[in-house]
Design a protein around this ligand. Structure first.
Ligand code: FMN
Ligand code: 173
Length: 392
């Protein structure tokens, strides 16, 4: 049975013929390389966050305050990293988080398609944002057998929301992830200082321009006219969802509904009471509110509140060790954001595959070394909070 950790052997053996990996396996070097490759405006948008970005940094740094205690004398020659999610058996607990400018990170402007091909190659699901350069149907068509999730930014226009969800269902997406924390964008100095907001330049709006309801809203004479498209988009983009909208949301689909951006246990409980099938604990990678608390520190409370309901997690995952810690703290599946964008920027589909394989290899090897043959044993062991001074 192939194991994710075999990627390490592949790399070392290739080295015997003088071949080294095209991309680095660590995040810091990857980010540095991608920073040199991406257009400055895209880099700032991707790399930046809210306010002075201390929440974004905390998301990453807080992982160092959690530790996994190794166990010995356990047979871990093979590891099983597969997970069950909404009746699907996934080969690994990793998924790609939704990113509204994935398209623009790729050199050809079709990053959603390239990420979808990476999903096909790795079995790691892609969450397709509402904001893409290729319509959601086209992206779904290249995912191979790997399930895809559709992330909904709920428009103010209900008929448009209904149309997008219907299209996602028809295209074969396996879940609808409704993002709650971004009906308005947070205060992002890097972008504000350059007056830089890609969507307002007419990018990544293909799910709108391909939508019959949006076209009606736009009017026939305005179709293809970028300022009119952007104006109509900006007019409908961000609906503030409240609990009162849950019955309506729930009525839109029989697919699992996952609420993204849940950070408080009471919200997790309420979401489940109102019919959500999954909870997605995330602070949007520190891009939305500079609230100061790392998402990983909020995960245990969410997991406890969710009970048997699956909890997806993202924000700050930079290594396989981080993946393992999130699993130990109870996440059912772990989302990665910026790292796969950097792989995409540097080497397209192959770059994304490399980043995902590196994350999985490191997580797998940690489990091998630390005596956890599967995720259930890792989760049962948990992670310990290291108090006092960190030497990290
Ligand atoms: C450039 C960028 C665009 C994003 N766009 C979306 C989006 O369209 N929808 C969404 O739900 N989340 C979006 N996110 C948030 C990610 O889904 C995820 O929560 C975050 O990137 C996780 O943090 P990480 O980048 O530290 O891994 C975006 C993140 C980035 C970096
Ligand atoms: O940039 C983001 O984080 C994001 O999710 C987004 C996407 C579209 C419009 C505004 C924000």
């Amino acid at each position: 049975m192939p194991q994710f950790g075999d990627y390490q052997l592949d790399i070392y053996f290739a080295g015997l013929s003088g071949v080294t990996p095209r991309l680095p396996v660590d995040f810091a070097t990857l980010e540095r390389r991608a920073a040199a490759a991406l257009p400055p405006a895209i880099l700032k948008y991707v790399q930046g966050g809210c306010g002075d970005e201390h929440t974004q940094r905390r998301n990453v740094d807080a992982f160092r305050e959690w530790g996994i205690v190794p166990r010995m004398m356990v047979d871990c020659t093979t590891r099983d990293l597969s997970v069950d999610l909404f009746g699907m058996r996934l080969p690994s607990p990793l998924f790609m988080a939704p990113v509204g400018v994935t398209a623009l990170c790729a050199q050809d402007g079709h990053g959603d398609l390239q990420a979808a091909r990476a999903a096909a190659a790795t079995g790691v699901p892609l969450t397709v944002s509402t904001l893409t350069n290729d319509p959601l149907e086209d992206v779904a068509a290249v995912m191979g057998g790997t399930p895809g999730f559709f992330q909904l930014y709920t428009p103010k226009d209900r008929e448009l929301a209904e149309s997008l969800v219907r299209r996602a269902e028809a295209a074969g997406y396996k879940a609808i992830i409704v993002t709650l924390d971004t009906w308005v964008t947070g205060w992002r100095p890097r972008d504000l200082n350059d007056a830089n907001f890609p969507q307002l330049r007419g990018h990544v709006l293909s799910n709108y321009t391909s939508d019959p309801r949006f076209r009606t809203m736009l009017g026939a004479e305005a179709a293809g006219h970028v300022p009119a498209v952007v104006k109509t988009w900006a007019g409908t983009f961000g609906k503030v969802l409240t609990w009162a909208d849950m019955p309506w949301l729930r009525s839109l689909t029989r697919l699992p509904i996952i609420l993204k951006g849940i950070c408080h246990p009471d919200d997790a409980r309420r979401a489940i009471d109102e019919g959500a099938d999954g909870i997605y604990c995330s602070n949007h990678g520190g891009r939305q509110a500079n609230g100061g608390i790392a998402a990983i520190d909020l995960l245990p409370g969410i997991v406890e509140a969710a009970g048997p309901v699956p909890v997806l997690f993202d924000s700050g995952i930079r290594s396989g060790t981080d993946v393992a810690k999130a699993l130990a703290l109870g996440a059912t599946a772990v989302g990665v954001g910026r790292p796969y964008l950097y792989g995409l920027a540097l080497d397209g589909t192959a770059g994304v595959v490399h980043v995902l394989r590196s994350l999985l290899a490191e997580a797998d090897l940690l489990m091998a070394v630390d005596g956890f043959p599967d995720i259930a044993t890792l989760r049962a062991a948990g992670a310990v909070r290291m108090t006092g001074r960190s030497t990290g």
